[in-house]
Design a binder for this molecule. Structure first.
Ligand code: N01
Length: 564
């Protein structure tokens, strides 16, 4: 018997055998792996992607200097030993073009593009009660339906472009780091202004300074940034990694940040990549018991990044202050002009509050003749004008204006997609006081809708590739379980959702992430009007995984499973 489903607003009848089992939104690493895994499970999958090709974050963030802060041998898929062995990473921490090459290689190798519809932005994601299907409508009006919908929309995929008086009036070129053009941008001899000094700004500024005639950096909040690892890949290290990949993947799954911290034994230890999911790469003991001389001696011997490896910096506010002072003292030495140095040094919040930023020559860039910094706290932007930026103190003229102003993180893409669940309930209403979800995987009232690395999961605090594989595997296994047993829908109970959110908040409480002086995108503090809630799960990947595994092993007790 052929069942017909009615895709209500489209007026189109779809034969079951022709429609996908699963619609996935997004062809970044999450959507790409979903195709591979769901095909393995015998599911028909279709991915809708706004961009013209695969890669997600690495497709859009093409700004000069863009680079990953997790070693590439670890920031790579673990599902295919053949893929692990054949791919060569030129550097220990890869630049954006190399990561995008890898994404393309994966897409080619597994023939992923045949299940991806590119240049397709999803405008709405609606659950149709009677048919028990998700109906996705694209911006061009196309309507698609499937029983299961996976939002693989990324944690940092909606660029934040703050609204500033006159911002439409600028007559030069306007760029955003998170939607950088695919064609080369020629900045030679140009007067360039850049707003924002988070990870993107800090990575881009040294490169922009080399390319531009003059660069003016508009900084609202100074950043704690540490020198990044610049090693090119050594054959011996790569080989040893490849020889031990199974152990490395196992270690990743048992590490709180999803990095193995594997150290090659057969090669020179100093040439090994170090795990750096959030900027921390080892253990230097406690900072507080050390004398000032001993602290400085450690930094002189091991480098500035040693500060990040003192465990008490993240848990003890006194230790945190010591570390902050030490950071400032050491950075002052790098910057020629003391006034510029004082502008660049953070003083109002501590290390560990924000995602750790890593750089290549950030501070010394401000010693260049063609670079200046404007402190927006002292002299705020009053307006953007046809020729540039006017602050309370001065007028700046530009040919190019660059926003490095970050993202509406973690919830932005989900809320932008107009997700509407059972009985017409909007996700934006459910989340008006902050995201509520169970395990960052599902929301009550939204049956058969799954999020990959959603709020309430380790996501951005974990090696993303590891977090993605774990989520997609869990979702795939869950769908297979439902299909095998003829179960029509799954969604978390409100009780398990409420309990989980309380736990997510509990574990974040008392950490530097949530200290009152901290204003980070983890807390939604970068977006006006966004509720201040710590969104990722800070309890560590292994602990998180044990909750997910227990749900699956016990037949999903925290969820409502319904046969219609
Ligand atoms: O964004 P951000 P990002 N006027 O939000 C400023 C990942 N990432 O794109 O702090 C003036 O951190 C804002 O100032 P303030 C990584 O997870 C990873 O840089 O709000 N300024 C801030 O300086 C990272 O954490 C990598 O006061 C305004 C900046 O813009 C995340 O992406 C590389 C403003 C935004 O910083 C986000 O980083 C790049 C306004 N109205 C990104 N509005 C790596 O793997 C905002 N700002 C290394």
């Amino acid at each position: 018997m052929v069942a017909l489903l009615f895709c209500a607003q489209s007026g189109v009848y779809l034969v079951n055998s022709e429609q996908p089992d699963v619609l996935v939104v997004g062809a970044g690493f999450a959507g790409m792996y979903a195709i591979y895994r769901f095909r393995e499970l015998g599911l028909k999958v279709k991915v809708l992607e706004a961009g013209s090709d695969v890669g997600g974050t690495w497709y859009w963030n093409r700004y000069p200097g863009a680079r990953c802060d997790v070693p590439s041998l670890e920031y790579s898929f673990g599902f295919s030993p053949e893929l692990e062995q054949e791919w060569h990473w030129p550097e220990v921490f890869s630049a954006q073009p190399d990561i995008l090459n890898y994404a393309n290689h994966v897409a080619n190798k597994f023939d992923l593009r045949r299940d991806i519809q590119f240049d397709t932005r999803v405008a709405s994601v609606h659950y149709l009660n009677d048919a028990n299907v998700w109906q996705l409508t694209t911006e061009s009006g196309e309507v698609l339906c499937a029983r299961y919908c996976i939002m693989a929309t990324g944690c940092l995929s909606v660029p934040n472009k703050p609204s500033i008086i006159g911002d439409d009036s600028f007559s030069g070129q306007v760029l955003h780091t998170a939607s950088w053009p695919r064609e080369p941008v020629d900045l030679s001899d140009k007067r360039v202004g850049v707003i924002g000094t988070g990870s993107s700004g800090v990575q881009a500024i040294p490169e922009l300074a080399k390319q531009a005639g003059h660069l003016t950096v508009f900084q609202r909040t100074p950043v704690y940034t540490f020198p990044a690892n610049r090693k090119s890949m050594r054959e011996a290290v790569e080989n040893e990694f490849k020889d031990n990949y199974r152990e490395i993947r196992e270690r990743q799954w048992n590490n709180r940040g999803g990095v193995s911290a594997f150290r090659p034994t057969r090669s020179v230890a100093a040439s090994a990549p170090s795990g750096n999911g959030g900027g921390r790469s080892g253990d230097a003991g406690l900072i507080k018991p050390l004398s000032p001389k001993a602290r400085q001696a450690l930094i002189d011997a091991r480098g500035l990044g040693t500060i990040l490896n003192f465990a008490d910096v993240y848990t003890d506010s006194e230790a945190n202050e010591i570390a902050n002072d030490l950071f400032r003292d050491n950075v002052r030495r790098l910057i020629d002009d003391p006034n510029t140095a004082e502008k660049l040094l953070p003083k109002d919040y501590g290390l560990g509050c924000k995602r750790q930023v890593l750089d290549r020559d950030y501070y010394v860039t401000f010693n260049r003749d063609n670079v200046e910094i404007v402190d927006l706290v002292a002299t705020p932007i009053e307006s953007i004008t046809p020729s540039g930026i006017e602050t309370s103190e001065a007028v700046f003229d530009f040919d190019v204006l660059i926003y490095a102003t970050g993202f509406d993180a973690m919830t932005g893409a989900l809320l932008k997609a107009d997700v509407t669940g059972r009985d017409g309930r909007k996700l934006k209403d459910k989340w008006q006081d902050g995201p509520v979800a169970y395990l960052g995987l599902q929301m009550s009232g939204f049956p058969n809708l799954f999020t990959v690395t959603g709020p309430g999961s380790p996501s951005v605090l974990c090696n993303m590739l590891v977090a993605i594989e774990q989520h997609v595997n869990w979702i795939g296994d869950c769908i297979a379980y439902l299909k095998e047993r003829g179960i029509d829908s799954i969604e978390p109970s409100t009780a398990s959702e409420t309990k989980w959110i309380a736990h997510v908040n509990d574990v974040a409480e008392g950490t530097m992430f949530t200290s009152p002086s901290c204003n980070s995108w983890y807390l939604g503090a970068n977006i006006e009007g966004k509720p201040r809630i710590f969104m990722p799960y800070v309890g560590g990947f292994p602990q998180y995984r044990s909750f997910c595994d227990a749900e699956a092993a016990e037949g999903y007790p925290g969820f409502n499973l319904i046969r219609k």
